[in-house]
Every structure is written in C-alpha cells, then in structure tokens.
Design a protein around this ligand. Structure first.
Ligand SMILES: Cc1cc2nc3c(=O)[nH]c(=O)nc-3n(C[C@H](O)[C@H](O)[C@H](O)COP(=O)(O)OP(=O)(O)OC[C@H]3O[C@@H](n4cnc5c(N)ncnc54)[C@H](O)[C@@H]3O)c2cc1C
Length: 409
C-alpha cells in the first residue's frame, strides 16, 4: 500500500491514528519538540467534520488523514483547504478515492500526500501521479496547451487578485478576490468576469455570492468540461488576476419584491450564488420575517457550499442573530440518495416542502419568491408560483416573485 507524494511513491510508515474525539478538548499540548505540525497525534478526521472544532488544537496534531470514500465525494478537498486556511501546518493526507488526475487539486487544497491501496497503485502507477504533480491537468496534457499569456486589463474592467479558492467537487468551486474600492452593487446582482489571457478577453455573467457589505467578492462556479471560460477559470490560484466589468445588474434583488412575511429562495446548482449574497445581507431580514433557502443538486457533495453558507450566516456577527432563527435551509438531491430526494417542483407540488418545514402552502398575501437555476427549473417553479397567485416583478415594477437564469443554454 503506497503513499503518493509529490516526489513519487513512498512506503507507508506505521502510524496509530486516533479518532478526533480522543484529542484533548482545547489548547495545544506543550513539551519538548512539540510545535506546529510536530504534535504527538495522528488523527482520522471524517470528511464532514467541522474544522473549526480543531482550530485550538493544531499544535497537538502532526498528521491528519481525511477519507475519500467515493469517487464523487469531494468534501475532503474543501475540508483540507479550510484546515490550511485556519492555520493547520502539519501533514495532511488524503485516503481512498483520489485519482492521479486529481492529485494536482489535492496538492492545491493543501494535502501533502495520498494513501492508496495496492490495486489502485497497479492501475495508476507512479508515473501517472508524477506527471500530474508537474502541475498540468489531464486536459492540458491531452491538448498540449501551454499556460495562458497575460495581457493588460481592458479599460472598462477592474483587475482583481484572487485571495482564496475552494474546490468542492469535480464540477464546483468557489473563489474570493479583492474588491475595488469604487465597486458598488446590490446583494443578489451579477457581474461579467473574465481572465487576462487575451487581448479581448472572454467574459461570462457571474452572480456575486458575497453580500454588498463584504470587503471582498465571492463567486461560486461551475466547471464545464471544455467550457470556454471555466476550463481555465477552475485553475486559478491565490495571487492570480481575474477581470471584472465595472457594472453589476440583475433582478434577484430585494428592491424587485414587494414587502412580505416570508421569502422563498429557490435554487438549483450554482443558482444558489445570488442567494448566498442575500442570506448574508441584513436588509433581507429587515424586509422579510423568514427566509427559506431551497437548494437542489444532483449529489450531497454538490450541496456542501450551501451547507457551509448557512452555517456561516448563522455564526455571522452581522446577521447571525436573525439567520439563527429565521433562515431555514431545505436541501434536496436528485441523483444520490439523501434524507430528502426529489426535484424542487415535485416537492412544492406535492406539498412535501411545506409539510417538512411546518409552513403553509405558497400564498401571495404573505410569501415572496426568487428563482435561479436552469431554464427548465425556472419555467416549472415560475408556473407553480403563478398557480399559487404570485405575480412576477422586476426592478422597475416590484411584485411577488422574480427569476434569473443561472446560465444560458
Ligand atoms: C445572469 C447569469 C448569472 C450567472 N451566474 C453564474 C454563477 O454565479 N456561477 C456559475 O458558475 N455560472 C454562472 N452563470 C453561467 C456563466 O455565465 C457561464 O456560463 C459559466 O461560467 C460557464 O462558462 P463557460 O465559458 O466555461 O461555458 P459556457 O459556454 O458559458 O457554457 C457551456 C454550457 O455549460 C452549461 N453551463 C454553463 N453554466 C452552467 C452552470 N452555472 N451550471 C450548470 N451548467 C452550466 C450550459 O449547458 C452551457 O450551455 C451565470 C449566467 C447568467 C446568465
């Protein structure tokens, strides 16, 4: 059973891993030779653990091992990144379903090594992993494409610096970048972003996932295989430049809705991005007594961004008091089995959504809605809102619900 490291395969030294709950509750252990990354313990950390629970105890840990139990479960990547962001400097090991094409991501997320079994090592021998650690993705290798050249930013754009990148799955990632002092937007709006790799760069619409008060800008992105922008955008790293057009716009804003008691935010996939902005904005809770974030993805790993978002909103010093009691999160999957399976439309139509949350059915007197997802999802949820008596609004004509496509096509 080898250990894959950036230098190649290495034998696995015998280590006694302990479960997380056997570590002392708080504070580092002190003693000779104990410092960051050289602490006495090797810990098995479940991939759904909250890394903040470990933050005061990093000095007591020299090695953390995170499992990748299934090929489509990428939660370990974001957990590794968060551990590094929180200051963990010791060894970080991935164990299980990480393939050589993901090795580069694993290293980017902060892993030092990957533990694989003998069968895996036979299927993917050392040479496969070495070429990927060389920092070119398999698609680059297939196309023989060189790293993009840098061009000056066009006059109508801001050139901003990437500060953080978190990969959730092979299809989804989030990044943060600096915010220009002059850039203003309303929570829920979108902006055009691109990369400085051509004289006339390609721009795509992106909802701003951070709230209007935030010093930085956050985006939640798809990775489209062969996608003209995201094929390259998914490889950004802290320190890289992202271009952003100067004007933000969009219909998913509080101003486009008339006041109501309850705000439903219906999203599929990356359609949650504008709502990530709105659920962290105090204005949303000033206008609505209750906010119900409904998010549907194919798998539970794809729901992780929303799970972290809601946890962060509830712990946020600015909106935590409101979000703590008034923000409801309702997440469903369509392909992978989970406690709540099924499309949003089916759960609204059947009434399951309302029963599960203990809420009455949609009512134009009390309820407002925003919808963001694929064209098909928008069409269906819009029809359900209209059937319940809600009227579509816009910036210049506020009403009871608004829609925006999460992508074109
Ligand atoms: C108003 C608006 C806001 C948007 N906000 C976001 C956002 O916050 N995050 C984001 O990732 N994308 C968002 N998009 C989509 C984004 O503009 C790009 O389409 C996406 O980044 C892919 O770019 P691409 O050049 O790689 O591929 P494209 O050529 O743009 O897309 C290729 C194909 O990939 C599929 N696709 C594109 N985007 C998505 C997606 N988000 N989810 C699922 N399938 C998709 C579609 O079938 C599309 O035809 C938004 C689009 C619009 C219109």
């Amino acid at each position: 059973m080898p250990l894959v490291t950036p230098r190649g395969f290495a034998p696995i030294e015998p280590v006694d891993f302990v479960p997380l709950d056997t570590l002392p509750a708080v504070g580092p252990r002190v003693g000779p030779g104990v410092g960051p990354g050289v602490g006495p313990a090797a810990v098995d950390l479940p991939n759904d653990a909250d890394p903040r629970a470990l933050a005061g105890r990093f000095d007591a840990i020299r090695l953390i091992r995170i499992p990748f139990p299934k090929a489509d479960d990428g939660r370990g990547f974001s957990l590794a990144r968060r551990l590094r962001d929180l200051g963990y400097r010791g060894r970080l090991r991935a164990q299980g379903h990480v393939i050589s094409d993901q090795f580069r991501y694993a290293l980017d997320c902060g892993f030092d090594e990957v533990e694989i079994d003998d069968g895996h090592a036979q299927r993917q021998p050392e040479a496969h992993w070495r070429s990927d650690a060389g920092r070119r993705s398999y698609r680059d290798k297939l196309r023989g494409r060189a790293a993009p050249a840098a061009f000056p930013a066009p006059a109508d754009t801001h050139a901003e610096t990437v500060t953080e990148v978190t990969h959730y799955t092979d299809r989804l990632f989030r990044f943060r970048m600096t915010r220009p002092a002059t850039f203003r937007f309303r929570s829920g709006e979108f902006v055009m972003i691109g990369l400085p790799d051509a004289k006339k760069p390609l721009f795509r619409a992106y909802s701003i996932a951070s709230p209007a008060w935030d010093d930085g800008l956050e985006f939640f992105s798809i990775k489209v295989p062969g996608g003209p922008l995201t094929e390259r955008l998914q490889r950004i790293r802290p320190g890289d430049t992202v271009l952003m057009k100067k004007k933000a716009t969009g219909t998913l804003v509080n101003d486009a809705l008339t006041p109501g008691q309850r705000l439903y935010l219906f999203a599929t996939g990356t359609g949650i991005a504008p709502f990530a902005s709105l659920v962290r904005d105090p204005e949303t809770y000033e206008k609505f007594g209750q906010v119900v974030l409904v998010h549907t993805c194919r798998t539970t790993a794809e729901l992780q961004y929303g799970v972290e978002l809601v946890a962060a909103a509830k712990a946020d010093p600015l909106v935590g008091d409101e979000a703590g009691t008034r923000l409801l999160h309702y997440a469903t999957t369509t392909r992978e089995a989970s406690p709540r399976m099924g499309r949003i439309t089916a759960r609204v139509e059947s009434g399951a959504l309302f029963r599960d949350l203990g809420l009455p059915r949609l009512d134009p007197v009390t309820d407002r809605a925003m919808i963001c997802g694929s064209i098909a999802m928008i069409k269906d949820v819009k029809a359900l809102c209209e059937a319940a008596g809600l009227t579509e609004g816009a910036n210049n004509r506020p009403a009871e619900f608004v829609v925006e496509r999460a992508f074109v096509g």
